[in-house]
Design a protein around this ligand. Sequence first.
Ligand code: MN
Length: 502
Amino acid sequence: MTAATREIWFVTGSQHLYGPEALKQVADNARAVVAGLNGGGKLTVPLVFKPVMTTSDDIRALCLEANGNPACAGLVLWMHTFSPAKMWIGGLTQLRKPFVHLHTQANRDLPWATIDMDFMNLNQAAHGDREGGFMHTRMRLERKVVVGHWQDAEVHDRLGAWFRAADGWADLQGAKFVRWGDNMRNVAVTDGDKVAAEIRFGYSVLSHGVTELADAVGQIGDAEAERLCGEYEHQYEVGKDLRAGGAKRSALVEQARIELGMRSFLKAGGYKGFTTNFEDLGALKQLPGLAVQRLMADGYGFGAEGDWKTCTLLRAMKTMARGLKGGTSWMEDYTYHLEAGKELVLGAHMLEVCPSIAAAKPTLEVHALGIGGKADPARLVFSAPPGRGLNAALMDLGNRFRLLVNEVDVVVPPALPKLPVARAVWKPLPDFKTACAAWIYAGGAHHSSFTQALTPEHLRDFATIAGIELVNVGPGTDIERLRQELRWNEIYYHLGQGLGRV
Ligand code: MN
Protein backbone atom coordinates (compact mmCIF):
# COMPACT_ATOMS: atom_id res chain seq x y z
CA MET A 1 0.00 0.00 0.00
CA THR A 2 1.52 3.32 -1.01
CA ALA A 3 1.11 6.56 0.89
CA ALA A 4 -0.98 8.02 -1.92
CA THR A 5 -3.74 5.47 -1.42
CA ARG A 6 -3.99 5.52 2.37
CA GLU A 7 -7.02 6.99 4.12
CA ILE A 8 -8.38 7.52 7.62
CA TRP A 9 -12.03 6.74 8.34
CA PHE A 10 -14.30 9.16 10.17
CA VAL A 11 -16.74 7.17 12.28
CA THR A 12 -19.62 8.87 14.09
CA GLY A 13 -21.46 7.16 16.89
CA SER A 14 -25.16 7.52 17.63
CA GLN A 15 -28.19 5.27 18.26
CA HIS A 16 -31.76 4.75 16.95
CA LEU A 17 -33.49 6.32 19.92
CA TYR A 18 -33.47 9.77 18.30
CA GLY A 19 -35.39 8.83 15.12
CA PRO A 20 -34.44 9.08 11.43
CA GLU A 21 -34.65 12.86 11.22
CA ALA A 22 -32.09 13.38 13.97
CA LEU A 23 -29.83 10.70 12.50
CA LYS A 24 -29.91 12.45 9.12
CA GLN A 25 -28.84 15.64 10.87
CA VAL A 26 -26.04 13.76 12.64
CA ALA A 27 -24.80 12.42 9.29
CA ASP A 28 -24.97 15.86 7.68
CA ASN A 29 -23.03 17.38 10.56
CA ALA A 30 -20.43 14.62 10.40
CA ARG A 31 -19.98 15.25 6.67
CA ALA A 32 -19.44 18.94 7.39
CA VAL A 33 -16.84 18.09 10.04
CA VAL A 34 -15.04 15.78 7.60
CA ALA A 35 -15.03 18.47 4.90
CA GLY A 36 -13.80 21.07 7.36
CA LEU A 37 -10.98 18.87 8.64
CA ASN A 38 -9.91 17.85 5.14
CA GLY A 39 -9.96 21.49 4.08
CA GLY A 40 -7.79 22.63 6.95
CA GLY A 41 -4.53 21.68 5.27
CA LYS A 42 -3.12 19.77 8.25
CA LEU A 43 -4.20 16.22 7.40
CA THR A 44 -1.64 14.40 5.24
CA VAL A 45 -3.94 11.42 4.72
CA PRO A 46 -7.50 11.98 3.41
CA LEU A 47 -10.29 11.67 5.95
CA VAL A 48 -13.21 9.59 4.62
CA PHE A 49 -16.79 9.83 5.93
CA LYS A 50 -18.37 6.54 7.02
CA PRO A 51 -22.07 5.96 7.77
CA VAL A 52 -23.25 6.87 11.26
CA MET A 53 -23.06 3.87 13.59
CA THR A 54 -26.25 2.95 15.43
CA THR A 55 -26.05 -0.79 16.15
CA SER A 56 -23.49 -3.22 17.50
CA ASP A 57 -23.71 -5.29 14.29
CA ASP A 58 -22.82 -2.28 12.15
CA ILE A 59 -19.95 -1.33 14.43
CA ARG A 60 -18.54 -4.83 14.38
CA ALA A 61 -18.83 -5.03 10.60
CA LEU A 62 -17.12 -1.67 10.20
CA CYS A 63 -14.20 -2.64 12.45
CA LEU A 64 -13.70 -5.90 10.56
CA GLU A 65 -13.86 -4.01 7.28
CA ALA A 66 -11.20 -1.57 8.56
CA ASN A 67 -8.95 -4.49 9.49
CA GLY A 68 -9.33 -6.05 6.08
CA ASN A 69 -8.85 -2.91 4.04
CA PRO A 70 -5.15 -2.15 3.55
CA ALA A 71 -5.96 1.44 2.58
CA CYS A 72 -7.41 2.17 6.02
CA ALA A 73 -4.59 3.55 8.18
CA GLY A 74 -6.80 4.31 11.15
CA LEU A 75 -10.09 5.72 12.44
CA VAL A 76 -11.33 8.95 13.97
CA LEU A 77 -14.15 8.22 16.45
CA TRP A 78 -16.69 10.82 17.55
CA MET A 79 -19.93 10.33 19.48
CA HIS A 80 -22.17 13.08 18.13
CA THR A 81 -25.02 11.94 20.37
CA PHE A 82 -25.14 9.39 23.10
CA SER A 83 -24.10 6.00 21.71
CA PRO A 84 -24.40 3.28 24.37
CA ALA A 85 -20.89 1.92 24.63
CA LYS A 86 -21.75 -1.76 25.06
CA MET A 87 -22.64 -1.55 21.36
CA TRP A 88 -18.97 -0.84 20.67
CA ILE A 89 -17.48 -3.83 22.52
CA GLY A 90 -17.95 -6.33 19.71
CA GLY A 91 -16.24 -4.06 17.19
CA LEU A 92 -13.48 -2.67 19.37
CA THR A 93 -12.42 -6.12 20.58
CA GLN A 94 -11.74 -6.93 16.90
CA LEU A 95 -10.29 -3.62 15.73
CA ARG A 96 -6.62 -3.89 14.74
CA LYS A 97 -6.25 -0.38 13.30
CA PRO A 98 -5.27 2.62 15.45
CA PHE A 99 -7.88 5.20 16.38
CA VAL A 100 -7.98 8.74 17.67
CA HIS A 101 -10.93 9.96 19.71
CA LEU A 102 -12.10 13.40 18.58
CA HIS A 103 -14.11 15.07 21.32
CA THR A 104 -15.89 17.84 19.47
CA GLN A 105 -19.35 19.23 18.78
CA ALA A 106 -21.01 20.29 15.52
CA ASN A 107 -21.89 23.75 16.81
CA ARG A 108 -19.27 25.92 18.39
CA ASP A 109 -21.62 28.22 20.30
CA LEU A 110 -24.67 27.34 22.28
CA PRO A 111 -27.77 29.13 20.87
CA TRP A 112 -28.66 30.52 24.28
CA ALA A 113 -31.87 32.23 23.16
CA THR A 114 -33.34 29.28 21.26
CA ILE A 115 -31.88 26.19 22.82
CA ASP A 116 -34.50 23.53 23.56
CA MET A 117 -34.49 19.84 24.48
CA ASP A 118 -34.25 18.73 20.82
CA PHE A 119 -31.00 20.65 20.50
CA MET A 120 -29.79 19.22 23.78
CA ASN A 121 -30.48 15.64 22.64
CA LEU A 122 -28.87 16.10 19.25
CA ASN A 123 -25.61 17.66 20.46
CA GLN A 124 -24.57 15.30 23.18
CA ALA A 125 -20.87 14.68 22.63
CA ALA A 126 -20.33 16.10 26.11
CA HIS A 127 -21.64 12.87 27.55
CA GLY A 128 -21.68 10.60 24.45
CA ASP A 129 -17.89 10.87 24.24
CA ARG A 130 -17.60 10.26 27.96
CA GLU A 131 -19.53 7.02 27.55
CA GLY A 132 -17.24 6.13 24.63
CA GLY A 133 -14.12 7.11 26.55
CA PHE A 134 -15.15 4.95 29.50
CA MET A 135 -15.31 1.91 27.23
CA HIS A 136 -11.94 2.70 25.60
CA THR A 137 -10.38 2.96 29.04
CA ARG A 138 -12.30 -0.04 30.35
CA MET A 139 -10.93 -2.07 27.44
CA ARG A 140 -7.42 -0.66 28.02
CA LEU A 141 -7.29 0.67 24.47
CA GLU A 142 -4.38 2.99 23.75
CA ARG A 143 -5.57 6.08 21.89
CA LYS A 144 -5.09 9.81 21.55
CA VAL A 145 -7.90 12.11 22.70
CA VAL A 146 -8.21 15.44 20.87
CA VAL A 147 -10.56 18.02 22.42
CA GLY A 148 -12.04 21.18 20.94
CA HIS A 149 -14.27 22.55 18.22
CA TRP A 150 -13.48 21.02 14.83
CA GLN A 151 -12.75 24.45 13.34
CA ASP A 152 -10.22 25.23 16.07
CA ALA A 153 -6.70 25.44 14.58
CA GLU A 154 -5.24 23.61 17.55
CA VAL A 155 -7.57 20.64 16.93
CA HIS A 156 -6.31 20.49 13.34
CA ASP A 157 -2.71 20.50 14.60
CA ARG A 158 -3.33 17.72 17.13
CA LEU A 159 -5.15 15.59 14.57
CA GLY A 160 -2.51 16.40 11.93
CA ALA A 161 0.22 15.04 14.19
CA TRP A 162 -1.73 11.84 14.77
CA PHE A 163 -2.41 11.41 11.05
CA ARG A 164 1.34 11.56 10.42
CA ALA A 165 1.96 8.98 13.14
CA ALA A 166 -0.75 6.71 11.71
CA ASP A 167 0.80 7.09 8.25
CA GLY A 168 4.24 6.14 9.60
CA TRP A 169 2.69 3.17 11.38
CA ALA A 170 0.81 1.98 8.29
CA ASP A 171 4.02 2.18 6.28
CA LEU A 172 5.75 -0.20 8.73
CA GLN A 173 3.06 -2.89 8.55
CA GLY A 174 4.47 -5.69 6.42
CA ALA A 175 7.61 -3.67 5.68
CA LYS A 176 10.89 -5.48 5.07
CA PHE A 177 14.32 -4.28 6.11
CA VAL A 178 17.59 -5.87 5.08
CA ARG A 179 20.70 -6.32 7.21
CA TRP A 180 23.92 -6.74 5.27
CA GLY A 181 25.99 -8.58 7.80
CA ASP A 182 25.04 -9.05 11.41
CA ASN A 183 25.41 -6.89 14.48
CA MET A 184 28.77 -5.29 15.16
CA ARG A 185 30.62 -7.73 17.39
CA ASN A 186 29.94 -7.26 21.10
CA VAL A 187 27.82 -4.11 20.73
CA ALA A 188 24.77 -4.39 23.00
CA VAL A 189 22.22 -1.68 22.31
CA THR A 190 22.13 -2.25 18.56
CA ASP A 191 21.01 -5.83 19.08
CA GLY A 192 17.64 -7.06 20.30
CA ASP A 193 14.73 -9.39 19.76
CA LYS A 194 13.63 -9.27 16.13
CA VAL A 195 10.76 -11.66 16.81
CA ALA A 196 9.42 -9.30 19.48
CA ALA A 197 9.87 -6.38 17.09
CA GLU A 198 7.90 -8.09 14.34
CA ILE A 199 5.05 -8.91 16.72
CA ARG A 200 5.01 -5.38 18.12
CA PHE A 201 5.78 -3.21 15.08
CA GLY A 202 4.67 -5.33 12.12
CA TYR A 203 7.92 -5.26 10.15
CA SER A 204 10.45 -7.99 9.47
CA VAL A 205 14.23 -7.68 9.54
CA LEU A 206 16.00 -10.03 7.14
CA SER A 207 19.69 -10.79 6.80
CA HIS A 208 21.70 -11.19 3.64
CA GLY A 209 25.41 -11.89 3.54
CA VAL A 210 27.42 -8.88 2.46
CA THR A 211 28.79 -11.08 -0.34
CA GLU A 212 25.38 -10.82 -2.02
CA LEU A 213 25.58 -7.05 -1.87
CA ALA A 214 29.13 -7.11 -3.19
CA ASP A 215 27.90 -9.25 -6.11
CA ALA A 216 25.20 -6.69 -6.89
CA VAL A 217 27.76 -3.89 -6.74
CA GLY A 218 30.11 -5.89 -8.99
CA GLN A 219 27.45 -6.02 -11.68
CA ILE A 220 27.42 -2.23 -12.10
CA GLY A 221 29.46 -1.18 -15.11
CA ASP A 222 31.82 1.80 -15.33
CA ALA A 223 29.59 3.70 -17.76
CA GLU A 224 26.60 3.49 -15.42
CA ALA A 225 28.67 4.58 -12.43
CA GLU A 226 30.17 7.46 -14.44
CA ARG A 227 26.68 8.64 -15.36
CA LEU A 228 25.75 8.82 -11.69
CA CYS A 229 28.94 10.78 -10.98
CA GLY A 230 27.65 13.32 -13.51
CA GLU A 231 24.52 13.69 -11.36
CA TYR A 232 26.66 14.22 -8.28
CA GLU A 233 28.43 17.10 -10.02
CA HIS A 234 25.09 18.84 -10.52
CA GLN A 235 23.79 18.29 -7.01
CA TYR A 236 26.82 18.96 -4.82
CA GLU A 237 29.93 21.10 -4.60
CA VAL A 238 32.50 18.87 -6.27
CA GLY A 239 36.22 19.71 -6.24
CA LYS A 240 38.53 19.30 -9.24
CA ASP A 241 40.15 16.15 -7.85
CA LEU A 242 36.77 14.37 -8.03
CA ARG A 243 35.79 15.55 -11.49
CA ALA A 244 36.56 13.56 -14.64
CA GLY A 245 40.31 13.13 -14.96
CA GLY A 246 40.89 14.15 -11.33
CA ALA A 247 43.19 12.19 -9.04
CA LYS A 248 40.33 10.86 -6.87
CA ARG A 249 37.77 10.30 -9.61
CA SER A 250 38.09 6.52 -9.44
CA ALA A 251 37.22 6.57 -5.73
CA LEU A 252 34.02 8.47 -6.55
CA VAL A 253 33.15 6.05 -9.35
CA GLU A 254 33.56 3.18 -6.90
CA GLN A 255 31.15 4.79 -4.41
CA ALA A 256 28.67 5.39 -7.26
CA ARG A 257 28.91 1.70 -8.08
CA ILE A 258 28.12 0.88 -4.43
CA GLU A 259 25.09 3.20 -4.53
CA LEU A 260 23.74 1.61 -7.69
CA GLY A 261 24.34 -1.90 -6.37
CA MET A 262 22.54 -1.07 -3.12
CA ARG A 263 19.64 0.51 -4.99
CA SER A 264 19.15 -2.51 -7.23
CA PHE A 265 19.31 -4.87 -4.23
CA LEU A 266 16.81 -2.81 -2.20
CA LYS A 267 14.43 -2.48 -5.12
CA ALA A 268 14.55 -6.16 -6.03
CA GLY A 269 13.79 -7.16 -2.43
CA GLY A 270 11.18 -4.47 -1.78
CA TYR A 271 13.16 -3.25 1.22
CA LYS A 272 12.35 0.02 3.01
CA GLY A 273 15.70 0.31 4.76
CA PHE A 274 18.99 -1.43 5.45
CA THR A 275 21.85 -1.79 7.87
CA THR A 276 25.57 -2.08 7.23
CA ASN A 277 28.42 -3.19 9.46
CA PHE A 278 31.90 -1.81 8.89
CA GLU A 279 33.42 -4.93 10.45
CA ASP A 280 31.86 -6.96 7.67
CA LEU A 281 32.24 -5.30 4.29
CA GLY A 282 33.48 -8.34 2.38
CA ALA A 283 34.58 -7.44 -1.12
CA LEU A 284 33.18 -3.89 -0.97
CA LYS A 285 36.11 -1.61 -1.67
CA GLN A 286 34.87 1.34 0.40
CA LEU A 287 32.63 1.84 3.39
CA PRO A 288 29.29 2.93 1.90
CA GLY A 289 29.20 6.64 2.75
CA LEU A 290 27.79 8.84 0.02
CA ALA A 291 25.67 5.88 -1.09
CA VAL A 292 24.03 5.60 2.32
CA GLN A 293 23.58 9.36 2.57
CA ARG A 294 21.75 9.52 -0.73
CA LEU A 295 19.56 6.51 -0.01
CA MET A 296 18.54 8.05 3.32
CA ALA A 297 17.68 11.28 1.49
CA ASP A 298 15.33 9.21 -0.68
CA GLY A 299 13.47 7.96 2.40
CA TYR A 300 15.20 4.66 3.16
CA GLY A 301 15.78 3.77 6.78
CA PHE A 302 19.40 3.17 7.73
CA GLY A 303 21.38 1.78 10.62
CA ALA A 304 25.14 1.39 10.90
CA GLU A 305 26.77 -1.51 12.76
CA GLY A 306 23.74 -3.71 12.22
CA ASP A 307 21.45 -1.34 14.14
CA TRP A 308 18.07 -2.43 12.77
CA LYS A 309 16.02 -0.69 15.48
CA THR A 310 17.27 2.79 14.63
CA CYS A 311 16.97 1.91 10.94
CA THR A 312 13.28 1.09 11.24
CA LEU A 313 12.63 4.07 13.51
CA LEU A 314 14.32 6.35 10.98
CA ARG A 315 12.11 4.99 8.22
CA ALA A 316 9.00 5.61 10.32
CA MET A 317 10.14 9.14 11.17
CA LYS A 318 10.91 9.93 7.55
CA THR A 319 7.41 8.76 6.60
CA MET A 320 5.86 10.84 9.38
CA ALA A 321 7.86 13.91 8.35
CA ARG A 322 6.99 13.88 4.66
CA GLY A 323 6.40 17.40 3.39
CA LEU A 324 7.46 19.13 6.61
CA LYS A 325 10.25 21.69 6.72
CA GLY A 326 13.50 20.26 8.09
CA GLY A 327 15.29 16.96 7.59
CA THR A 328 15.59 13.65 9.41
CA SER A 329 18.78 11.61 9.69
CA TRP A 330 20.61 8.74 11.28
CA MET A 331 22.72 10.24 14.08
CA GLU A 332 25.15 9.46 16.86
CA ASP A 333 26.20 11.46 19.89
CA TYR A 334 29.87 11.57 18.91
CA THR A 335 31.82 13.95 21.14
CA TYR A 336 31.31 16.83 23.60
CA HIS A 337 32.27 20.44 24.22
CA LEU A 338 32.29 20.63 28.02
CA GLU A 339 32.77 24.34 28.76
CA ALA A 340 30.73 24.92 31.93
CA GLY A 341 27.27 26.24 31.12
CA LYS A 342 27.95 26.23 27.39
CA GLU A 343 28.16 22.50 26.81
CA LEU A 344 27.45 21.17 23.33
CA VAL A 345 27.12 17.81 21.64
CA LEU A 346 28.75 17.21 18.29
CA GLY A 347 26.57 14.68 16.50
CA ALA A 348 27.81 12.85 13.43
CA HIS A 349 28.78 9.37 12.33
CA MET A 350 31.72 7.94 10.45
CA LEU A 351 30.12 9.13 7.20
CA GLU A 352 26.43 8.36 7.20
CA VAL A 353 24.46 11.53 7.89
CA CYS A 354 21.46 12.32 5.70
CA PRO A 355 21.78 15.45 3.51
CA SER A 356 18.11 16.24 4.20
CA ILE A 357 19.47 18.07 7.27
CA ALA A 358 22.09 20.10 5.34
CA ALA A 359 21.90 23.87 5.89
CA ALA A 360 23.61 24.54 2.55
CA LYS A 361 24.69 22.68 -0.56
CA PRO A 362 26.88 19.76 0.64
CA THR A 363 30.43 19.34 -0.56
CA LEU A 364 31.42 15.97 -1.99
CA GLU A 365 34.81 14.82 -0.72
CA VAL A 366 37.04 11.76 -0.59
CA HIS A 367 39.26 11.25 2.44
CA ALA A 368 41.02 8.46 4.24
CA LEU A 369 39.06 6.76 7.02
CA GLY A 370 41.15 5.59 9.93
CA ILE A 371 38.83 2.73 10.79
CA GLY A 372 37.57 -0.29 8.82
CA GLY A 373 40.68 -0.94 6.70
CA LYS A 374 39.09 -0.09 3.36
CA ALA A 375 39.86 2.38 0.54
CA ASP A 376 39.18 6.11 1.02
CA PRO A 377 35.40 6.59 0.83
CA ALA A 378 33.42 9.41 -0.78
CA ARG A 379 31.07 11.34 1.49
CA LEU A 380 28.97 14.50 1.64
CA VAL A 381 30.09 17.12 4.15
CA PHE A 382 27.75 19.74 5.65
CA SER A 383 26.29 21.11 8.89
CA ALA A 384 22.68 21.10 10.10
CA PRO A 385 20.95 24.50 10.39
CA PRO A 386 20.17 26.05 13.79
CA GLY A 387 16.76 25.53 15.39
CA ARG A 388 14.75 23.13 17.53
CA GLY A 389 15.12 19.42 16.85
CA LEU A 390 15.05 16.13 18.67
CA ASN A 391 16.84 12.82 18.90
CA ALA A 392 14.83 9.62 19.24
CA ALA A 393 16.13 6.17 20.12
CA LEU A 394 14.45 2.80 20.41
CA MET A 395 15.80 0.28 22.89
CA ASP A 396 14.90 -3.34 23.58
CA LEU A 397 14.75 -3.60 27.38
CA GLY A 398 14.10 -7.34 27.36
CA ASN A 399 10.43 -7.13 28.33
CA ARG A 400 9.47 -4.15 26.13
CA PHE A 401 10.64 -1.48 23.72
CA ARG A 402 11.30 2.02 25.04
CA LEU A 403 11.16 5.03 22.73
CA LEU A 404 13.31 7.79 24.19
CA VAL A 405 13.15 11.37 22.92
CA ASN A 406 15.39 14.31 23.78
CA GLU A 407 14.59 17.77 22.49
CA VAL A 408 17.63 19.79 21.43
CA ASP A 409 18.52 23.27 20.21
CA VAL A 410 20.76 22.95 17.18
CA VAL A 411 23.39 25.72 16.95
CA VAL A 412 25.65 26.97 14.18
CA PRO A 413 28.97 25.23 14.82
CA PRO A 414 32.27 27.08 14.71
CA ALA A 415 34.37 26.52 11.57
CA LEU A 416 35.50 22.87 11.37
CA PRO A 417 38.19 23.00 8.68
CA LYS A 418 39.72 19.63 9.56
CA LEU A 419 36.54 17.60 10.02
CA PRO A 420 35.49 15.96 6.75
CA VAL A 421 32.19 14.56 7.95
CA ALA A 422 28.60 15.82 8.05
CA ARG A 423 27.44 16.93 11.51
CA ALA A 424 24.91 18.63 13.71
CA VAL A 425 25.88 20.51 16.87
CA TRP A 426 23.27 20.93 19.57
CA LYS A 427 22.48 21.91 23.11
CA PRO A 428 20.29 19.22 24.68
CA LEU A 429 17.27 20.34 26.73
CA PRO A 430 16.54 21.16 29.45
CA ASP A 431 20.30 21.51 29.95
CA PHE A 432 23.31 19.39 29.08
CA LYS A 433 23.81 17.69 32.43
CA THR A 434 20.15 16.85 33.02
CA ALA A 435 19.63 15.66 29.45
CA CYS A 436 22.68 13.40 29.40
CA ALA A 437 21.92 11.95 32.83
CA ALA A 438 18.30 11.35 31.80
CA TRP A 439 19.35 9.67 28.56
CA ILE A 440 21.77 7.39 30.40
CA TYR A 441 19.35 6.53 33.24
CA ALA A 442 16.81 5.62 30.54
CA GLY A 443 19.31 3.29 28.85
CA GLY A 444 19.31 5.47 25.74
CA ALA A 445 21.27 4.24 22.73
CA HIS A 446 24.33 5.98 21.31
CA HIS A 447 22.56 5.90 17.95
CA SER A 448 19.45 7.92 17.29
CA SER A 449 17.15 9.25 14.65
CA PHE A 450 17.58 13.01 14.55
CA THR A 451 14.91 15.31 13.17
CA GLN A 452 14.27 18.99 12.71
CA ALA A 453 10.87 18.27 11.17
CA LEU A 454 8.99 16.33 13.85
CA THR A 455 8.02 17.29 17.39
CA PRO A 456 7.71 15.09 20.50
CA GLU A 457 3.97 14.91 19.81
CA HIS A 458 4.56 12.89 16.61
CA LEU A 459 6.74 10.43 18.51
CA ARG A 460 4.28 10.24 21.39
CA ASP A 461 1.41 9.48 19.00
CA PHE A 462 3.53 6.85 17.28
CA ALA A 463 4.38 5.23 20.63
CA THR A 464 0.69 5.26 21.61
CA ILE A 465 -0.25 3.51 18.38
CA ALA A 466 2.56 0.98 18.84
CA GLY A 467 1.63 0.47 22.50
CA ILE A 468 5.19 1.07 23.66
CA GLU A 469 6.76 3.19 26.37
CA LEU A 470 7.63 6.79 25.53
CA VAL A 471 10.06 8.77 27.66
CA ASN A 472 10.49 12.43 26.73
CA VAL A 473 13.38 14.56 27.94
CA GLY A 474 12.91 18.25 27.22
CA PRO A 475 12.15 21.62 28.80
CA GLY A 476 10.80 20.95 32.26
CA THR A 477 12.44 17.57 32.79
CA ASP A 478 13.39 17.08 36.41
CA ILE A 479 15.95 14.34 36.80
CA GLU A 480 14.65 12.86 40.05
CA ARG A 481 11.06 12.83 38.80
CA LEU A 482 12.24 11.17 35.61
CA ARG A 483 14.04 8.47 37.58
CA GLN A 484 10.79 7.80 39.42
CA GLU A 485 8.90 7.63 36.11
CA LEU A 486 11.36 5.03 34.86
CA ARG A 487 10.87 2.94 38.01
CA TRP A 488 7.07 3.16 37.80
CA ASN A 489 7.15 2.26 34.12
CA GLU A 490 9.06 -0.91 34.97
CA ILE A 491 6.10 -2.05 37.05
CA TYR A 492 3.47 -0.73 34.67
CA TYR A 493 4.81 -2.58 31.64
CA HIS A 494 5.61 -5.69 33.60
CA LEU A 495 2.09 -5.92 34.98
CA GLY A 496 0.31 -4.46 31.97
CA GLN A 497 1.90 -6.61 29.30
CA GLY A 498 2.74 -9.66 31.34
CA LEU A 499 4.49 -12.76 30.15
CA GLY A 500 4.31 -13.68 26.51
CA ARG A 501 3.73 -10.14 25.29
CA VAL A 502 6.35 -7.78 23.97
MN1 MN B 1 27.80 4.02 15.49
